[in-house]
Write a new protein. Sequence first.
Length: 129
Amino acid sequence: MKKSGVLNRHLAGALAELGHGDGVLVCDAGMPIPPGPRVVDLAFRAGTPSFAEVLDGLLDELVVEGATAALEVRDANPEAARLLEGRFPYLGLVTHDELKALTHSARLVVRTGETTPYANVLLRCGVFF
């Protein structure tokens, strides 16, 4: 049995299958999820687990070379915007509609219980060497 890191067996397995360039969408409870990507739904109750908690846990596990979020996050959810800009100085911003279109190419979607608007980010996996 694992003693640290991601303990959820479905998420740990999905993370182990990711490769360089793969997309991982970390999203709030309301983000539409397209057919295709593997989905690990961590939502338990409204707000649990939070977007920030899940994102930070994933960043402990993954090499990330790029991140994209919705431009609307800046006005609609300044707290999430500060979190994303603090974690990703190279954060790309697109419209929410463009972000939803990009999710079709994601390999993995991790749904949180977050219920604040635009708490979504598409990560692009890097390589550790």
